[in-house]
Design a protein around this ligand. Structure first.
Ligand code: ADP
Ligand code: TRP
Length: 316
């Protein structure tokens, strides 16, 4: 039987952090080989917030290095950047015409932006339609993401259904693949770890950056248990071992943070070194992106031909 199709993407909006790794990226590595896998860099989505050529170029190449450094193997996964598949923008337009404004107004990312009194651009408002196109154009069965992206996958399913009802059977309904217990990794302030909150531990951080971030983890002075330190530590050690360690060092926040620092450094160092080695031959790494883009584009074009026919756009 043919392998199921797995697809996911990350926006090139800054350095990845430990939350991205445990929430999403790690699964890509574990699942490659088991699926027909497509992992891409969402550079078109990044344009909703990054409007600087150098920054976008650098971040896009950076994400590719990140993916390869964590162990994605281009022989097992098609690695590409979203803008190399312009068909997704074409499909997103068709989805726009099937989707209502009130429906998209209910999306969390948009509601958050409005609540924060930002004036969202149309790209941010329409973000879920482009994401639905990313997923549906490659016939994805499963989409591994963090909890915060679940609503976007539901929107993609709804959109597939709307299209199928309107024009005839065409798209599969994708399933999210979400990590259970640790679906939301907390940051150094206890809120969700996020590039936007300045509370991250960078995934390829230097020893100094790791020390600084962990020493800055907020602890509650009224209790014996440094909850945020423990939560992050639990990513790196088994529960029984960790419980013993925290019982032995009850109330000793500084010592526990120092142990976490050592564990985190040992975890990050080999990945950081692999990334540095890959950076030496950036051209070779970019070639991987180019050939992945070609493969993803050809596959998307086949699907789009089907879509154009169903919609009434293909006359010859
Ligand atoms: P950020 O919030 O830092 O901007 P992104 O939105 O770029 O992160 O998320 C990239 C991927 O990592 C998504 O699949 C997202 O669900 C996952 N992710 C991000 N932060 C976390 C977190 N704190 N815990 C779990 N998963 C996360
Ligand atoms: N919205 C996702 C994020 O913020 C990135 C993304 C874009 C994506 N298109 C996708 C993830 C398609 C999975 C599938 O992380």
């Amino acid at each position: 039987m043919a392998k199921k199709v797995l697809l996911s993407g990350v926006k090139p909006t800054g350095r990845p952090h430990v939350g991205n790794y445990f929430g999403a990226m790690k699964q890509f590595v574990e699942l490659q080989g088991k699926y027909d896998a497509y992992i891409f860099i969402a550079d078109l989505h990044a344009l909703t917030t990054v409007q600087n050529k150098e920054e976008l170029e650098e971040n896009t190449a950076g994400v590719l290095l990140d993916y390869m450094a964590i162990g994605l193997d281009p022989k097992k996964v098609t690695l590409y950047k979203q803008s190399d598949v312009p068909q997704v923008a074409e499909l997103a337009w068709i989805f726009n015409c099937l989707t209502t404004v009130p429906y998209l107004e209910r999306a969390h990312a948009y509601k958050d932006a409005v609540m924060n009194k930002k004036e969202p651009n149309v790209g941010l408002f329409d973000y879920p339609m482009l994401m639905a196109a990313d997923i549906l154009i490659q016939d994805a069965d499963v989409v591994p993401v963090g909890q915060d992206q679940k609503q976007h996958i539901e929107i993609a399913r709804d959109t597939a259904q709307k299209f199928n009802n309107a024009f005839g059977e065409c798209f599969k309904l994708p399933e999210p693949l979400i990590l259970g217990a640790m679906a939301t990794i907390p940051g150094t302030d206890g809120k969700k770890m996020s590039k936007s909150y300045n509370n991250t531990i960078p995934l390829f951080g230097s020893d100094e950056e790791i020390e600084k971030a962990i020493m800055g983890i907020v602890t509650d002075s009224g209790s014996d248990m440094p909850t945020n330190v423990y939560a992050i530590h639990s990513l790196l050690r088994a529960k029984d071992e960790l419980d013993r360690l925290y019982a032995e060092n009850r109330g000793q926040y500084k010592k526990l943070k120092e142990i976490l620092i050592e564990d985190m450094k040992n975890f990050i160092r080999p990945m950081r070194e692999r990334r540095q080695a890959l950076e030496e031959d950036k051209q070779a790494v970019l070639e991987i992106l180019k050939s992945g883009g070609k493969a993803a584009r050809e596959r998307a074009e086949t699907k789009m031909e089907e879509v154009r026919k169903l919609v009434g756009l293909k006359l010859y």
